[in-house]
Design a protein around this ligand. Structure first.
Ligand code: AMP
Length: 295
């Protein structure tokens, strides 16, 4: 496994692979968990070469967010990736990605970029789209792997690929959950034991919203949102940021209960800002993620 810290080195290695048929890229911010590893395993199964990037992208964090304290453990991450059979890990520094001369950003626009996550994290998706395009250009993967856990990020990246005609296939993997339903996240490490118990409230709210959806609450999406809000309000350690029913591609709020639909939620539990979602597919089946066994 090669450990690469410069764009140049990555490009050189990529050129040496030109004759090979496929390269898969898994972009991450590190502090890896089973969610990340499920993406890596799928990439490993589908490609001749697998590149994982570990980069805590400063431009997708707001001024008062957790950039400085975002958890990091590079030796452990490298060990896990080596064990997973990854060919190269791209670990660039911030100045490698954004030298002082850097002036060009990718700016997604419209509701997709400005509502839900976009509303509470202004500039977030500009940072995401910019770094993802850079990583695609540096690594030139045929396939790139992302988690449904970050549903709005998935929608933004799908738009990026379509709008800019990027020659990459996106593979979206289900949300991997702890045995009690909490979506795995590097940010779960911020939680105290009480906070960790309280954090299941996001999943519980989504399941209650799903049940309300299935029963066809009389006031439609507003009723589903009310049910989700009530569950979060019952948890003293949680503070709701938003709970919505949205179109999974445009992120427009839904006015009627129909499929496809995305139930999205964001809440602070102690100092951790957590997000989660469940998806109602066009065929009427739900994607709620995969719960790992506790053994
Ligand atoms: P992050 O390191 O949090 O930026 O995540 C890197 C990639 O892993 C993104 O595509 C995430 O959507 C994905 N990911 C994060 N958590 C999970 C999870 N619990 N299940 C599946 N994918 C995940």
């Amino acid at each position: 496994m090669d450990i690469i810290t410069t764009v140049r080195e990555m490009q050189r290695l990529r050129s040496s692979w030109l004759s090979l048929s496929s390269v898969g890229l898994v972009p991450t911010m590190g502090y890896l968990h089973e969610g990340h590893l499920s993406l890596v395993r799928r990439a490993r199964a589908e490609n001749d070469k697998v590149v994982v990037s570990i980069f805590v992208n400063p431009i997708q964090f707001g001024a008062h967010e957790d950039l400085e304290r975002y958890p990091r453990d590079l030796p452990r991450d490298l060990h896990l990736l080596e064990e997973s059979g990854v060919d190269a890990v791209l670990v660039p520094t911030a100045s490698e990605m954004y030298p002082p001369t850097f002036i060009t950003y990718v700016e997604p626009s419209g509701p997709l970029a400005s509502e839900a996550e976009g509303a509470s994290r202004p500039g977030h998706f500009r940072g995401v789209a910019t770094v993802v395009l850079k990583l695609f250009n540096i690594v030139q993967p045929q396939r790139a792997y992302f988690g449904q856990k970050d549903a709005q990020q998935v929608a933004v990246i799908k738009a990026l690929v379509a709008d800019l005609n990027l020659p990459v296939e996106l593979v979206i993997m289900p949300t991997v959950r702890e045995p009690d339903g909490l979506a795995m996240s590097s940010r779960n490490s911020y939680l105290s034991p009480e906070g960790r118990r309280a954090a299941t409230v996001l999943y519980r709210a989504l399941l209650a919203g799903k049940a309300a959806y299935e029963q066809g609450v009389s006031d439609g999406p507003a009723g589903v949102v009310r049910v989700m809000r009530e569950i979060v309000a019952s948890e003293p350690l949680a503070r709701l940021v938003y709970a919505d029913v949205r179109d999974p591609e445009t992120f427009q709020p839904l006015e009627t209960l129909r499929a496809p639909a995305l139930l999205v939620i964001a809440a602070f539990v102690e100092a951790a800002r957590l997000i989660d979602n469940v998806l109602l597919r066009p065929d009427g089946s739900w994607e709620t993620g995969l719960i790992v066994s506790s053994s």
